[in-house]
Design a protein around this ligand. Structure first.
Ligand code: ATP
Ligand code: MG
Length: 412
């Protein structure tokens, strides 16, 4: 299966979100997207991309460029690639006219173009817009080939794809191959370390399971897609992968599927019936923001203090001026006192504190940008950890937030 996304905007800065949609929808149906191309709104480019795609692939999905305006050229490009003509279908024209009538609008002449169908194609009704999709099939000696044209707006394309296209593709192409995907989420190690730890597993599963590693924001994601001849065999393959990954990654694995770090931490707190407070200096509330992004976090999150200035650290959280004088605000001693102060002041079972230098200014040779101390106070124990984080201000603050959540996760 390959995808051709039509739209000059996709090459001039707009994010192509259709690819991830199609990839996910296809995978869940046991089909895989093999290639994606973006082309501008130019007939020749569209034609050439489709010609290439039709030479390579069984299924070619095309999104965008079915609108009524001069820059909507997918119909023309597809007809040229197939060597077929476009035909005006009176029934389609009536339907488009009826849509405008229902909306009490005159139909612009330009919309007539949306009633043009590639010769031999079937129209796919668009209930959310005016341009119908088109499905064209051809029998070749390598098997049946399918070309699908879909309108560009997501709210038009998705219903058509899920109602008319996906069931057809499943029936026609899945023939015996089953896929199952698992997402495994890690933190506290780099992408390359994750790669090293799973390398022998990846090597040993070649041909049966495919792996990808993605990293960002201090989190690493391993996606494993198992394939098999039956659903049972495929699920068994995925279970084997899960066991092997758990063994290789140990406590670095914090969740699976849609799990989030803050969700996992929250669930642990809820199960133990314990509560959390925060004291945030360099993260300025990001940690509390992340914890409270989880619905129901009021069950365990009590609140905290954004203690950006030394004055607030002393006044609100009882940090001793002596600690600040001797060690500075960015220090292990201060992180410790902040966590203990927040725990006491808020009356929580646990408290996390973050103090560091997020940059770009403010670094010194002894205390460079990226130096962050995270404190954790609990009923019985407290600890403070030192981190040297790299990146710009946003990244340092994000990483500090993730490290803080992970410190608590491990304590729990
Ligand atoms: P319209 O009748 O709205 O013109 P169309 O079929 O011609 O429909 P396009 O003009 O190509 O579709 O795209 C319409 C809108 O859909 C774009 O402005 C864009 O917002 C969105 N869109 C199209 N393709 C993509 C994509 N690959 N990723 C994200 N958004 C997209
Ligand atoms: Mg358009």
């Amino acid at each position: 299966v390959e995808l051709v996304c039509v739209g000059t905007e996709l090459l001039t800065g707009n994010v192509n979100t259709h690819t991830s949609y199609f990839a996910g929808a296809l995978l869940s149906a046991g089909l895989r997207l093999d290639l994606e191309t973006a082309v501008p709104d130019e007939t020749d480019r569209i034609r050439d991309a489709l010609r290439g795609a039709l030479e390579r692939s069984d299924v070619v999905l095309v999104s965008g460029g079915l609108g009524p305006t001069f820059d909507d050229l997918t119909r023309e490009g597809a007809a040229a690639a197939l060597g077929r003509r476009l035909r005006l279908i009176p029934e389609l024209l009536d339907r488009i006219r009826a849509k405008f009538r229902r909306a009490h609008l005159p139909m612009p002449r330009a919309n007539r173009r949306q009633a043009w169908l590639v010769e031999g194609a079937r129209a796919l009704e668009n209930l959310s817009g005016s341009a119908p999709g088109q499905l064209f099939t051809k029998d070749r000696k390598e098997g049946r080939q399918t070309l699908v044209l879909l309108p560009g707006p997501g709210e038009e394309l998705k219903p058509i794809f899920e109602r008319d296209v996906l069931p057809f593709l499943k029936r026609t192409y899945r023939a015996g191959l089953h896929l199952a995907t698992g997402t495994f989420r890690l933190t506290g190690l780099m992408e390359s370390e994750a790669d090293e730890r799973i390398r022998s597993l990846v090597r040993g599963s070649r041909g049966k399971v495919e792996f990808t590693i993605l990293a960002g924001g201090g989190l690493v994601e391993i996606r494993a897609t198992a394939r098999g001849r039956t659903e049972k065999e495929t699920q068994a393959g995925l279970r084997r992968v899960r066991r092997a990954l758990r063994k290789a990654l140990g406590p670095r694995l914090y969740g699976e599927g849609e799990d989030t770090l803050e969700g996992v931490v929250g669930e642990k707190l809820r199960r133990r019936g314990e509560t959390l407070a925060v004291a945030e200096s360099c993260t300025g509330g990001l940690l509390a923001g992340r914890v409270t992004s989880i619905p129901g976090s009021s069950d365990y999150f009590l609140g905290g203090v954004v203690c950006y200035s030394n004055d607030v650290k002393v006044r609100e959280l009882g940090i001793s001026p002596e600690t600040l004088r001797r060690h500075g605000a960015v220090s292990e001693a201060c992180a410790r006192e902040l966590a203990q102060g927040a725990r006491k002041k808020v009356g929580a079972d646990w408290a996390l504190s973050v103090t560091g230098i997020a940059g770009p200014g403010g670094g010194t040779p002894q205390k460079p940008v990226g130096l962050v101390f995270i404190g954790l106070a609990g009923r019985r124990a407290f600890q403070a950890r030192r981190f040297l984080l790299h990146g710009d201000r946003l990244r340092i603050r994000t990483l500090a937030t993730v490290r803080a959540l992970d410190l608590l996760r491990q304590a729990l």
